[in-house]
Ligand binder design. Structure first.
Ligand code: ADP
Length: 220
């Protein structure tokens, strides 16, 4: 049993997706156990991750011997090999891992993962593709959509707003969007207040129903 990993996070499959997840978790200060069946990848990650093991993650006994049943979170980044992805999620589920995240390549794959015990199924390519579509067609500089059609975007302040305060702009009543933050050129984002005056070149963080924030961003 690997000691000291209670509350740790297991990342299984250190390909492009799993690797990016592991890297970010490390940066956030978490203990990460990486598992991949590829000796080459394990070698490549060996000096970066807290712990890296070359193993077949579809094998529940192997996962148990690595102490994965004590982990609070597991992320399965295996995608291309759907059978391995599903069997790994099943093994984690049987070990009782309380929070299992898994990457799906498509809808059917995702549905199987949910039935097999994944608590969260992520569709990285579909999600990124959707995001890019919003960015390409709209005037937004960044776009995050939550469930239920609610989004937060980064956009330039409309020209008509220059010299006016947010209270005067009254975008919440006129357009149904809320300005959350304002960034002056070369400054940090600041919380938006009713008395904040919009200046030339300001960037805004705007929240609201997806179609409302899109319409707002398209105005400028
Ligand atoms: P990506 O597109 O994110 O790179 P892939 O599906 O191509 O995703 O890569 C997934 C990773 O999972 C690969 O590094 C592969 O070696 C690893 N992998 C696949 N099957 C298993 C398994 N049964 N056990 C452990 N690792 C696996």
């Amino acid at each position: 049993r690997t000691k000291g990993f209670t509350d740790g996070i297991a990342v299984i499959g250190l390909g492009r997706f799993g690797g990016a997840v592991a890297e970010s978790l490390l940066r956030l200060g978490h203990d990460v156990l990486g598992i991949d069946e590829s000796a080459e990848l394990v070698q490549r990650w060996s000096d970066r991750l807290t712990h890296v093991v070359q193993a077949d993650a579809t094998n529940g006994d192997t996962l148990r011997s690595l102490g994965v049943h004590d982990f609070s979170h597991a992320i399965v980044g295996i995608g291309t090999d759907i059978e391995a992805s599903v069997l790994t999620v099943l093994a984690l589920s049987e070990l009782g891992v309380p929070d299992i995240w898994a990457k799906a390549l498509g809808d059917k794959h995702g549905r199987i993962l949910e039935r097999t015990g994944a608590h969260h199924v992520i569709y990285p390519e579909a999600a990124m593709g959707e995001r890019v579509a919003h960015l390409v067609t709209g005037k937004m500089m960044d776009f995050i959509e939550f469930d239920d059609g609610y989004a937060i975007v980064k956009t330039r302040a409309p020209r008509e707003a220059v010299g006016r305060t947010l209270a005067e702009c009254a975008w919440r009543s006129r357009h149904g969007v809320t300005v959350v933050g304002v960034k002056r050129p070369r400054a940090e984002f600041e919380p938006a207040l009713p008395e904040t005056t919009i200046r030339e070149g300001d960037l805004l963080i705007v929240a609201g129903a997806t179609e409302k924030v899109e319409a707002f961003a398209a105005k400028m």
